[in-house]
Design a binder for this molecule. Sequence first.
Ligand code: BDR
Ligand code: CA
Length: 317
Amino acid sequence: MTARPIIIDCDPGQDDAINLLLALAAPDELKVLGITTVAGNVPLALTERNARLMCDIAGRTDVPVFAGSDKPLQRSLITAENVHGRSGIDGIDIVPPVTPLQPMHAIDFIIEKLESAALESVTLVPTGPLTNIAAAISRQPSILEAVREIVLMGGAMRQGGNTTPSAEFNMLVDPHAAKIVLACGRPIVAMGLDVTHKVLANSARVARIRAIDTAPARATAGMLEYFSRHDSKKYGKDGAPLHDPCTIAWLLQPNLFETRHCNIEIEVESELTMGHTAVDFWGVSGRAANAHWACDVDAEGFYELLSNRLAAYEGTQ
Ligand code: BDR
Ligand code: CA
């Protein structure tokens, strides 16, 4: 099998960080061309540092990490230290990473990589605000020819918003960027809160991960324990929703998910409902489908996949 080339664009964030560990655990299936970082959960200086730390923990100091946009296209940055802690990845020991930061800007990297890639060959995996991806598309629209698909985490329909009553965090932080991405014309798979709230990191699942004795599994357990405290209280459930790893899980095992091909538009004008994703699940708008909206997931299967991949690091640590 040839590994599928991907670029992960993220704002770690514990769940982005776990997503990186999951992706780097699957070298036979996924070739991580680069990790690009954006301001979101915490400011850019922390998201790029946190991404590099995950490469260290995965034993993959060779993966190039780039820093990108430090603020959304038009709006002021909103961060989420209340959920993720001041570092963004509270729950593990933070040390200066060995993995270097590449000198190139993330947007330049995305453009350069896609310009030299074969037609419809590269999958983009954004798990933060879509600022870098939208900026790259706007600056050089022809790069879309090299995009096979975009598998993103963002949006909410049945679940409602998690940051405002109407909006999910990534969509709220940069709705203008999301609008550009949703209109780009390439295949999109959107992992929104409707599925991420079904993959709860409950105590039994975290205990199972903690029992796996690899550095990435220990880091995952520590991060899950930290942010589960906040989310369990907020949602009144045992365990936090595990958002971003739904993207890589979908790439590795799409049969875990159910999706619906439909139209998704984003609100960019009303302050009340800013960042709301209008998911036309029942096809009532007459607008053309532009995304595959994830609507169901096999949560047990998801944790089985995550645990097995974290266990596969054995011998490398
Ligand atoms: C999204 O927002 C961030 O807090 C998480 O990292 C995830 O990408 C969930 O709404
Ligand atoms: Ca994220």
